[in-house]
Design a protein. Sequence first.
Lengths: 153, 153
Amino acid sequence: MQLKKYTDYGLRILMYLGTKEGVDGRSSDDAKGKLTTIKAICETFDLSSNHVNKVVHHLGRLQLIETRRGKNGGFFLAKAPNEIRLDYVIRQLEGDEPWIECHNPYCVALPACELKGIVARGKELFYDYLHEFTLADLLKKRGQLQQIFSTAS
Amino acid sequence: MQLKKYTDYGLRILMYLGTKEGVDGRSSDDAKGKLTTIKAICETFDLSSNHVNKVVHHLGRLQLIETRRGKNGGFFLAKAPNEIRLDYVIRQLEGDEPWIECHNPYCVALPACELKGIVARGKELFYDYLHEFTLADLLKKRGQLQQIFSTAS
DNA sequence: TTATAATATGCATTATTCATGTATCTTTGT
DNA sequence: ACAAAGATACATGAATAATGCATATTATAA
């Protein structure tokens, strides 16, 4: 019972982008508006580039970030931080299956089982709570994060 | 993000015991007060006896059931169904680690990270909700469950 | 007191899923 | 044309859950 690292990495990437973001959604650490690259993320968080690659791609498909191929390519947030709800990010990256498995192996009690509904409702309460937060909430200590990200590598 | 089958099996076992339970906490399908055995559980739910063995042992250590070794041994509920709270059962069987892993690999953002607290609170809301329910709630359709369990095998 | 039926326990093995690695393709700016 | 970036497919490795096997321990009954 734990979120996948995949999901975790996705959230870290969004946080990183959130700290870089200027008015135009580009990296602000450079006047040229350089984009953030997978390489930069990997160096900052010390992660495998292959994995980050996939997560970035996924975030792109979700239209949470915009990716640019080719030289000087990279990616940046496609929405304002306060429009990126945590429940959505986690549900999508994590996958949204029921938290309890009634088939595989099939449970004979299924037709009279009250449990699956209770767990499903609990799951929804978890996500309802996450729905109250956005990426902006993760950036409260933005200055400190910027400092961490700029010195890490 | 899913409960372990181990946890699921534990809950099924408790439900099974709940349907058998008479005034004395013994199986009521037989005047002799025969105890429920691992074998009976395995036949009913079509599970591996080794796995059930371990879950039963765990439930015993948690004092949710009382186990009896030796010939004519078995086990039965050690508490009334309405005293067995689902949050407790699930927390114990599932293990109670944080749902998000900040170390392993260590995350540089940790000192300024708002995420861990949000997820931790969401997790608590999930368990708070489960706390409202007991095994008795899982036995609402007790008659139907009894019928299922007596015909399965 | 011996056989038997039950749980207890430890170790080994298998299966599943997550995580990571390698290679190559495609795109795009220089 | 070249180089730097993401896109994609496939393969491998690692972690953990699930299961299997063997044996010990205990209690009852013949």
